[in-house]
Design a protein around this ligand. Structure first.
Ligand SMILES: Nc1ncnc2c1ncn2[C@@H]1O[C@H](COP(=O)(O)OP(=O)(O)OP(=O)(O)O)[C@@H](O)[C@H]1O
Ligand SMILES: [Mg+2]
Length: 91
């Protein structure tokens, strides 16, 4: 459904991801874990298209769409939870 091929991310001389290949398949539920600074947020930003990798590709199966509820604890404090949940960013 969603695949990542030869994904590399580098900040200056610092290599965060080096030729990562992985696949997310329909019907599974995934969690991304790692130490602080391991690259979880960066990886999710790349998956969602918010950030470009240094090289490599993210491929979403044709006909599928991606929705993202971004991590911002304070963005929706004043409105009922259903509203922001229904207004997720759709690519
Ligand atoms: N734009 C950037 N420029 C330089 N370094 C960056 C940039 N964005 C992220 N980094 C570095 O890349 C590494 C991964 O950051 P990221 O925020 O993805 O980690 P994380 O796993 O989400 O961490 P946390 O558990 O603290 O949320 C960190 O060392 C961070 O400092
Ligand atoms: Mg993070």
């Amino acid at each position: 459904m969603l695949s990542v091929s030869n994904l590399s991310v580098q900040f200056g001389k610092r290599i965060l991801f080096d030729e990562v290949n992985t696949k997310f398949v329909q019907g599974n539920c995934y969690g991304i874990i790692g130490a602080n600074g391991a690259g979880k947020s960066t990886f999710l930003k790349i998956l969602s298209g918010e950030q470009d990798p240094t090289s490599g590709h993210v491929h979403l199966e044709p006909g599928k769409r991606m929705s993202v509820l971004s991590q911002n604890h304070f963005a929706f404090d004043d409105i009922p939870v259903l509203e922001p949940t229904m207004k997720v960013k759709v690519f």
